[in-house]
Design a protein around this ligand. Structure first.
Ligand SMILES: [Zn+2]
Length: 325
């Protein structure tokens, strides 16, 4: 039972960001002649504003605030640099490459339509269409994410994201540029050939964005019952633990279905791990404590390439795959 005003308010934080913001995007889409960019930008801007508002009024952990220490402040500034470069990279590189892929696949769609075959149930209500999309794409997300953890070549790339030491409004953006392709590619490869409509695709992408903001943020969310179906912050903060037994779990998202099926769901009903960041058995790389955020960013960009080329050996595969939860 809720005991305070904060407890009651925490019941509404998740639904406002995860359900109301995509609904706003849907409205904008229908009142702007199907402008996907305007619809997604207005909804994601509101998501970010709500996350910051809730972190200020209903914080989950004081030590995760950007101003809690000099290091936290620096980490947040670096995340903002990631946010800026990711936006530019997504808009001008990822979308161009994926659009080229789309055109190639669209040719296949045209061929298919001339054969009179349509794989996607457009006549269904949007909700069951979304459920099917989530089940399909989550399967790809699950295995992509699991490989990034349990295959040493993948960890060399994904460890940039796991170097986060605090979760707050800026944390979701911290990711190596190459990971954007891995995150967007499987979804589009599944959805485009199936011929999913723009409206359903928009709702899917907006809900994904909302979950991305929520699970990396430092606000209070009461998601008790959602936790058994949907992926929430209660799963993801353990995924960012320094303890490999906790971090090598909760790969799925935005549902928990594949973690349940493959036995990797971890939900201990506590306030979360003691420390977030790179695995405690790993050597702390130089870029983690570099003073200049620009130099940090550049060293982090180069880090996986150095590993793949054998210049920097990093953590061994055996170290990384032990103790899987
Ligand atoms: Zn991960």
């Amino acid at each position: 039972m809720p005991k305070s005003v904060g407890d009651i308010a925490a019941l509404f934080t998740y639904p406002l960001i995860a359900f109301a913001c995509p609904a706003l995007g849907w409205l904008v889409f229908h009142h702007s002649d199907g402008n996907l960019f305007l619809a997604s930008m207005s909804a994601t801007t509101l998501m970010l504003a709500l996350v910051i508002l809730f972190e200020q009024t209903l914080p989950f952990r004081a030590e995760w605030r950007a101003k809690s220490s000099e290091q936290s402040f620096k980490n947040t500034r670096l995340n903002v640099l990631y946010m800026t470069t990711s936006f530019i990279f997504q808009e001008f590189i990822v979308k161009v490459v994926l659009t080229a892929l789309f055109i190639a696949l669209f040719g296949l769609l045209l061929d298919r339509s001339t054969l009179g075959v349509d794989f996607w149930p457009h006549h269904w209500h949007w909700f069951p269409q979304l459920v099917v999309i989530f089940l399909l794409t989550d399967f790809f997300n699950y295995w992509t994410h699991r490989c990034l953890h349990e295959w040493h070549q993948g960890w060399a790339l994904h460890k940039i994201h796991h170097s986060l030491e605090e979760l707050n409004w800026s944390a979701a953006a911290k990711m190596h540029m190459l990971e954007h392709f891995l995150n967007s590619g499987p979804r589009l490869i599944v959805l485009i050939p199936l011929g999913v409509s723009h409206e359903v695709f928009l709702l899917y992408m907006l809900y994904n964005s909302a979950v991305g903001f929520i699970v990396h943020s430092n606000a209070r969310y009461n998601t008790k019952w959602f936790n058994y179906i949907l992926y929430t912050q209660d799963h993801h903060r353990f995924h960012h633990s320094q303890d490999i037994r906790e971090a090598n779990s909760n790969y799925s998202g935005p549902t928990v279905i594949w973690d349940l099926i493959f036995g990797t769901l971890y939900l201990p009903h506590t306030r979360g791990p003691d420390k977030l960041g790179l695995y405690s058995h790993e050597n702390i790389p130089r870029w983690q404590r570099e003073h200049s955020i620009w130099k940090s960013y550049w060293l982090q960009f180069l880090s996986p390439f150095k590993y793949w080329l054998g210049i920097d050996k990093g953590t061994s595969h055996r170290d990384n795959s032990t103790g899987t939860a």
